[in-house]
Design a protein around this ligand. Structure first.
Ligand SMILES: NC(=O)c1ccc[n+]([C@@H]2O[C@H](COP(=O)([O-])OP(=O)(O)OC[C@H]3O[C@@H](n4cnc5c(N)ncnc54)[C@H](OP(=O)(O)O)[C@@H]3O)[C@@H](O)[C@H]2O)c1
Length: 166
């Protein structure tokens, strides 16, 4: 019997760590559904990248239901084997200086919290049936200050095992 192809939803795949993660898991036979604010790039050479990409702005929480519905439509067996919440932002000041509460306003805080924390919980909640059907994993990618300042966004979610690239 042939093994079922495994599906991953990976946010923030257009560059950096997310881009590298797509390359690794794709080389191991995974099918990756990618999310970022950018539309599909014609320069992208991944097989089936066009059909795999979903354009969404995670700062806008009203887009999450449509995102989850699109993911559901693209899962052939209703099973999602991994959700990797990799998209993350850390707005910087002049010369990449760190921004604090005194130098920013509530719009910036809301944007950061929505992308880095709230959207991750909403996506996980919306796709929990598909994750449970696959006994899938949820992976969070956080910078240390976020980990230290937020009340553990990982603990309410279920992450039974790490998604092995094998
Ligand atoms: N780099 C580090 O040293 C480091 C260390 C520890 C943890 N991390 C964490 O690892 C993750 C990735 O880091 P990175 O350095 O690879 O980040 P990056 O190069 O800045 O890439 C961020 C990704 O998130 C996407 N993104 C940003 N805002 C978004 C939004 N509103 N909606 C949807 N997608 C959005 C970006 O795509 P678009 O711009 O196309 O939307 C991009 O693909 C982050 O969560 C970061 O906090 C990074």
């Amino acid at each position: 019997m042939t093994e079922e192809r495994r599906y991953m939803l990976l946010t923030g795949a257009s560059r950096g760590i997310g881009h590298a993660t797509v390359k690794l898991f794709q080389s191991k036979g995974w099918r990756i559904l990618t999310v970022s604010r950018q539309a599909f790039s014609e320069e992208c050479a991944w097989p089936s990248a066009r059909e795999s990409h979903i354009q969404a702005d995670l700062a806008d929480l009203s887009q999450i239901d449509r995102l989850a519905a699109t993911v559901r439509e693209r899962l052939p067996n209703g099973r999602l084997h991994a959700l990797v919440n990799n998209a993350g932002i850390s707005p910087k000041g002049p010369e990449k200086s760190r921004l604090g509460v005194m130098g920013t306003d509530a719009d910036v805080w809301t944007q950061v919290l929505n992308v880095n924390v709230v959207s991750t919980a909403l996506i996980a909640r919306a796709l929990m049936p598909e994750l449970e059907a696959a006994k899938g994993s949820i992976v969070m990618s956080l910078r240390l200050p976020e980990r230290a300042c937020t009340p553990s966004p990982v603990s309410p979610m279920r992450h039974p095992r790490r998604p092995s690239a094998r």
